[in-house]
Write a protein that binds this ligand. Structure first.
Ligand code: MN
Length: 242
Protein backbone atom coordinates (compact mmCIF):
# COMPACT_ATOMS: atom_id res chain seq x y z
CA UNK A 1 0.00 0.00 0.00
CA UNK A 2 1.47 3.35 -1.03
CA UNK A 3 1.53 6.07 1.62
CA UNK A 4 -0.28 9.30 0.69
CA UNK A 5 2.03 12.27 1.17
CA UNK A 6 0.50 15.74 1.16
CA UNK A 7 2.63 18.53 -0.29
CA UNK A 8 1.82 22.17 0.41
CA UNK A 9 1.88 24.70 -2.45
CA UNK A 10 2.90 28.28 -3.19
CA UNK A 11 0.65 30.99 -4.60
CA UNK A 12 1.86 32.74 -7.73
CA UNK A 13 0.05 35.74 -9.16
CA UNK A 14 0.64 36.75 -12.77
CA UNK A 15 -0.87 39.39 -14.97
CA UNK A 16 -2.83 38.00 -17.94
CA UNK A 17 -0.97 39.55 -20.85
CA UNK A 18 -2.70 42.54 -22.39
CA UNK A 19 -5.39 42.71 -19.68
CA UNK A 20 -5.79 44.17 -16.21
CA UNK A 21 -6.70 40.74 -14.85
CA UNK A 22 -4.56 38.60 -12.56
CA UNK A 23 -4.30 34.84 -12.51
CA UNK A 24 -3.67 33.17 -9.17
CA UNK A 25 -2.14 29.70 -9.21
CA UNK A 26 -1.35 27.24 -6.45
CA UNK A 27 1.77 25.47 -7.65
CA UNK A 28 4.93 23.84 -6.47
CA UNK A 29 8.07 22.45 -8.12
CA UNK A 30 7.45 18.98 -9.60
CA UNK A 31 10.53 17.61 -7.79
CA UNK A 32 8.60 16.88 -4.56
CA UNK A 33 6.04 14.69 -6.33
CA UNK A 34 8.74 13.01 -8.42
CA UNK A 35 10.82 11.88 -5.46
CA UNK A 36 7.76 10.65 -3.51
CA UNK A 37 6.55 8.67 -6.54
CA UNK A 38 10.08 7.33 -7.12
CA UNK A 39 10.33 5.86 -3.61
CA UNK A 40 6.87 4.29 -3.58
CA UNK A 41 4.60 6.95 -2.05
CA UNK A 42 1.66 8.74 -3.63
CA UNK A 43 2.09 12.53 -3.76
CA UNK A 44 -0.95 14.75 -3.26
CA UNK A 45 -0.79 18.53 -3.70
CA UNK A 46 -2.72 20.57 -1.13
CA UNK A 47 -4.19 23.82 -2.52
CA UNK A 48 -4.61 26.76 -0.15
CA UNK A 49 -7.80 26.66 1.91
CA UNK A 50 -9.02 28.76 4.80
CA UNK A 51 -11.79 26.55 6.21
CA UNK A 52 -10.51 24.47 9.11
CA UNK A 53 -12.93 21.71 8.02
CA UNK A 54 -10.93 21.39 4.79
CA UNK A 55 -7.68 21.29 6.73
CA UNK A 56 -9.03 18.50 8.97
CA UNK A 57 -10.19 16.64 5.85
CA UNK A 58 -6.71 16.97 4.30
CA UNK A 59 -5.19 15.48 7.45
CA UNK A 60 -7.64 12.58 7.35
CA UNK A 61 -6.47 11.70 3.84
CA UNK A 62 -2.74 11.85 4.59
CA UNK A 63 -0.14 9.39 5.89
CA UNK A 64 2.53 12.12 5.90
CA UNK A 65 2.98 15.84 5.25
CA UNK A 66 5.67 17.75 3.36
CA UNK A 67 5.94 21.45 4.17
CA UNK A 68 7.49 22.77 0.97
CA UNK A 69 9.74 25.74 0.23
CA UNK A 70 8.58 29.22 -0.72
CA UNK A 71 8.41 32.82 0.46
CA UNK A 72 8.75 34.38 3.91
CA UNK A 73 6.43 33.87 6.88
CA UNK A 74 4.54 36.96 8.06
CA UNK A 75 6.69 38.06 11.04
CA UNK A 76 3.56 39.12 12.92
CA UNK A 77 2.90 35.39 13.31
CA UNK A 78 6.00 35.04 15.51
CA UNK A 79 5.66 38.36 17.29
CA UNK A 80 7.91 40.63 15.18
CA UNK A 81 7.53 43.64 12.92
CA UNK A 82 8.68 43.28 9.26
CA UNK A 83 12.41 43.70 8.64
CA UNK A 84 13.59 45.87 5.68
CA UNK A 85 14.70 42.72 3.81
CA UNK A 86 11.45 40.79 4.19
CA UNK A 87 10.45 39.04 0.95
CA UNK A 88 7.05 37.95 -0.36
CA UNK A 89 4.53 37.13 2.36
CA UNK A 90 1.37 35.09 1.81
CA UNK A 91 -0.84 35.27 4.88
CA UNK A 92 -3.35 32.66 3.62
CA UNK A 93 -0.57 30.14 3.05
CA UNK A 94 0.98 30.96 6.43
CA UNK A 95 -2.23 30.44 8.35
CA UNK A 96 -3.14 27.25 6.50
CA UNK A 97 0.32 25.72 6.98
CA UNK A 98 0.52 26.71 10.65
CA UNK A 99 -2.88 25.15 11.37
CA UNK A 100 -2.00 22.05 9.32
CA UNK A 101 1.35 21.71 11.11
CA UNK A 102 -0.01 22.18 14.63
CA UNK A 103 -2.71 19.58 14.02
CA UNK A 104 -0.24 17.18 12.36
CA UNK A 105 2.07 17.54 15.39
CA UNK A 106 -0.87 16.84 17.74
CA UNK A 107 -1.84 13.77 15.70
CA UNK A 108 1.78 12.51 15.48
CA UNK A 109 1.52 12.57 11.68
CA UNK A 110 5.00 12.36 10.08
CA UNK A 111 6.23 15.75 8.81
CA UNK A 112 9.19 16.53 6.56
CA UNK A 113 9.83 20.25 6.15
CA UNK A 114 12.17 21.86 3.64
CA UNK A 115 13.53 25.43 3.64
CA UNK A 116 10.56 27.72 4.37
CA UNK A 117 8.84 24.57 5.64
CA UNK A 118 11.41 24.22 8.42
CA UNK A 119 10.64 27.76 9.51
CA UNK A 120 6.90 27.01 9.47
CA UNK A 121 7.54 23.87 11.54
CA UNK A 122 9.52 25.83 14.13
CA UNK A 123 7.08 28.77 14.28
CA UNK A 124 4.14 26.33 14.60
CA UNK A 125 5.81 25.05 17.79
CA UNK A 126 6.35 28.58 19.15
CA UNK A 127 9.78 29.36 17.67
CA UNK A 128 11.08 32.50 15.97
CA UNK A 129 13.17 33.11 12.86
CA UNK A 130 15.81 35.50 11.65
CA UNK A 131 14.08 37.52 8.94
CA UNK A 132 17.38 38.13 7.13
CA UNK A 133 20.56 36.17 7.82
CA UNK A 134 22.99 38.72 6.36
CA UNK A 135 21.76 41.65 8.45
CA UNK A 136 20.65 39.91 11.66
CA UNK A 137 23.39 37.37 12.35
CA UNK A 138 26.91 38.31 13.42
CA UNK A 139 29.27 38.45 10.41
CA UNK A 140 30.87 36.75 8.66
CA UNK A 141 28.02 34.58 7.43
CA UNK A 142 28.34 32.19 4.50
CA UNK A 143 26.50 32.39 1.19
CA UNK A 144 23.10 30.78 1.85
CA UNK A 145 21.62 31.92 -1.49
CA UNK A 146 23.78 30.00 -3.93
CA UNK A 147 24.02 30.84 -7.61
CA UNK A 148 24.70 27.25 -8.75
CA UNK A 149 22.04 24.75 -9.89
CA UNK A 150 19.65 23.19 -7.38
CA UNK A 151 21.43 19.83 -7.25
CA UNK A 152 24.73 21.49 -6.35
CA UNK A 153 25.66 21.06 -2.69
CA UNK A 154 27.32 24.39 -1.93
CA UNK A 155 28.05 24.29 1.81
CA UNK A 156 28.79 21.88 4.65
CA UNK A 157 26.50 21.09 7.58
CA UNK A 158 27.64 19.51 10.85
CA UNK A 159 25.11 17.05 12.25
CA UNK A 160 24.39 16.38 15.93
CA UNK A 161 25.38 12.97 17.30
CA UNK A 162 22.35 10.93 18.35
CA UNK A 163 19.95 12.80 16.06
CA UNK A 164 17.63 11.20 13.54
CA UNK A 165 19.41 13.12 10.79
CA UNK A 166 22.70 11.53 11.88
CA UNK A 167 21.04 8.09 11.68
CA UNK A 168 19.82 8.86 8.14
CA UNK A 169 23.02 10.42 6.80
CA UNK A 170 25.40 8.11 8.64
CA UNK A 171 28.19 10.65 9.14
CA UNK A 172 28.40 13.79 11.27
CA UNK A 173 28.60 16.08 8.27
CA UNK A 174 27.35 16.35 4.71
CA UNK A 175 26.96 19.00 2.04
CA UNK A 176 23.68 20.67 1.07
CA UNK A 177 22.33 23.18 -1.38
CA UNK A 178 21.28 26.57 0.03
CA UNK A 179 18.51 28.90 -1.16
CA UNK A 180 17.44 30.76 1.98
CA UNK A 181 17.92 34.29 3.30
CA UNK A 182 16.12 33.48 6.55
CA UNK A 183 16.92 30.98 9.30
CA UNK A 184 15.50 29.52 12.50
CA UNK A 185 16.40 31.63 15.54
CA UNK A 186 14.66 30.25 18.67
CA UNK A 187 13.73 26.63 18.07
CA UNK A 188 10.07 25.77 18.75
CA UNK A 189 8.97 23.85 21.88
CA UNK A 190 10.02 20.21 21.82
CA UNK A 191 12.42 20.74 18.90
CA UNK A 192 16.21 20.70 18.88
CA UNK A 193 18.65 22.06 16.31
CA UNK A 194 20.36 19.01 14.83
CA UNK A 195 22.56 20.54 12.11
CA UNK A 196 24.46 23.81 11.66
CA UNK A 197 26.46 25.34 8.85
CA UNK A 198 30.01 26.52 9.66
CA UNK A 199 28.74 30.06 10.42
CA UNK A 200 26.36 28.73 13.07
CA UNK A 201 23.13 28.99 11.06
CA UNK A 202 20.63 26.27 12.03
CA UNK A 203 20.29 23.91 9.06
CA UNK A 204 18.05 21.21 10.59
CA UNK A 205 15.60 20.81 13.47
CA UNK A 206 13.76 17.80 14.78
CA UNK A 207 11.40 16.78 17.56
CA UNK A 208 12.86 13.64 19.16
CA UNK A 209 9.57 12.60 20.79
CA UNK A 210 7.53 12.81 17.59
CA UNK A 211 7.18 9.90 15.12
CA UNK A 212 8.92 12.00 12.47
CA UNK A 213 9.06 15.81 12.62
CA UNK A 214 12.18 16.97 10.86
CA UNK A 215 13.01 20.16 9.00
CA UNK A 216 16.00 21.03 6.85
CA UNK A 217 16.99 24.47 5.55
CA UNK A 218 18.11 22.98 2.23
CA UNK A 219 16.07 21.67 -0.72
CA UNK A 220 16.67 17.88 -0.75
CA UNK A 221 14.01 17.52 -3.46
CA UNK A 222 16.47 19.14 -5.89
CA UNK A 223 19.36 16.87 -4.83
CA UNK A 224 17.99 13.31 -4.52
CA UNK A 225 19.06 12.14 -7.98
CA UNK A 226 22.72 12.97 -7.29
CA UNK A 227 23.09 12.85 -3.51
CA UNK A 228 22.23 9.63 -1.61
CA UNK A 229 21.83 11.55 1.69
CA UNK A 230 18.94 13.56 0.20
CA UNK A 231 17.27 10.43 -1.20
CA UNK A 232 17.72 8.62 2.12
CA UNK A 233 16.01 11.51 3.94
CA UNK A 234 12.87 11.06 1.80
CA UNK A 235 13.06 7.26 2.18
CA UNK A 236 13.31 7.50 5.98
CA UNK A 237 10.35 9.89 6.04
CA UNK A 238 8.08 7.80 3.81
CA UNK A 239 9.02 4.64 5.73
CA UNK A 240 7.59 6.13 8.93
CA UNK A 241 4.37 7.05 7.06
CA UNK A 242 3.53 3.40 6.24
MN1 MN B 1 22.20 27.16 4.09
Amino acid sequence: MRSVIGITCSLTVTNIEGTVHFLERNQIACDYARVIEHIGGTPLLLPHVEDSGCIDHYLGLLDGLILSGGGDIDPLLFGQEPHQKIGNVDRVRDEMELQLTRKALDQNLPILATCRGMQVLSVAAGGTIYQDIASELPPPTLCHMQKGPGWYASHTIDILQGSRLKQIVGGTSTRVNSFHHQAVDEVGDGFVATAHSKDGVIEAIENPTHKFALGVACHPELMWERHPDALNLFKAFVKTCG
